[in-house]
Design a protein around this ligand. Structure first.
Ligand SMILES: Nc1ncnc2c1ncn2[C@@H]1O[C@H](COP(=O)(O)OS(=O)(=O)O)[C@@H](OP(=O)(O)O)[C@H]1O
Length: 206
């Protein structure tokens, strides 16, 4: 991490920290003052999104197996393949447990991926409060882009023109067999409940 002067905040973003075994201990050893922000979304949609991203990268290399064949070790019994990273990452309660051995919950801001899309200003208000910043970002900084189907920033820094996230964010997901989706929802439900209990937030995932 670069040195941070008084009045400055240094932010580092690496999605894999959340699921890396060694990360909580090593980050706590680096500084106990660190604040953690974790964006979570419905783990079923997350798994499909993860698959979509991997499939888009591998298309030229090898034909991707269908999502359903990767998510289950046995389609007939509905046994979920918990060794597949796209599935494993969504068991948020297990990952958070490790972080809470090193950090109090008050130093962790859980951000809803769904609210970040539906009401980005409200989630950004929570983030600014958590970081102890003046509320600078508000509704006026966002607009809903119908073509993209997502909120975008009114202006990009230094350019004066609107800014949406790139083509790799907000991809169309493939159609997944509704039975497989239902089975995955059943699989995640107890872990989601535990996660709501641990965080005191009901994310409302189906
Ligand atoms: N404003 C806005 N514009 C576009 N996309 C948005 C936005 N807000 C949240 N999202 C959701 O972000 C998802 C991609 O983020 P990731 O966490 O996968 O990104 S990362 O590659 O791991 O950094 C991406 O997931 P997919 O829809 O599966 O592509 C989006 O649903």
């Amino acid at each position: 991490m670069p040195p941070t002067l008084d009045g400055q905040l240094t932010i580092e973003k690496t999605p894999s920290y959340f699921i890396t075994r060694e990360a909580p201990r090593r980050i706590a050893a680096m500084s106990r003052d660190v604040k953690l922000m974790i964006v979570v979304r419905d783990p079923v949609t997350r798994a499909i999104s993860d698959y979509t991203q991997t499939a888009s990268k591998r298309r030229s290399v090898a034909p991707q197996r269908p999502f359903e064949s990767m998510a289950f070790t046995n389609r007939t019994t509905g046994l979920v393949d918990t060794s597949w990273s796209a599935i494993k990452i969504g068991v948020y309660a297990k990952h958070l447990e490790r972080w809470l051995r090193h950090f109090p919950l008050s130093r962790v801001c859980l951000i809803s991926g769904e609210k970040l899309i539906a009401d980005p200003a409200a989630e950004m208000r929570r983030v600014q409060d958590f970081l102890g910043l003046k509320r600078v970002i508000s509704e006026k900084h966002f607009y809903f882009n119908e073509t993209k189907g997502f909120p975008c920033l009114m202006k990009a820094e230094r350019s004066g023109s609107p800014h949406c996230l790139g083509k790799t964010k907000g991809r169309t997901h493939p159609r997944i067999d509704p039975q497989a989706v239902a089975r995955l929802r059943d699989f995640y439900r107890p872990f989601n409940m535990k996660f709501y209990q641990m965080t005191g937030i009901n994310f409302g995932w189906p």
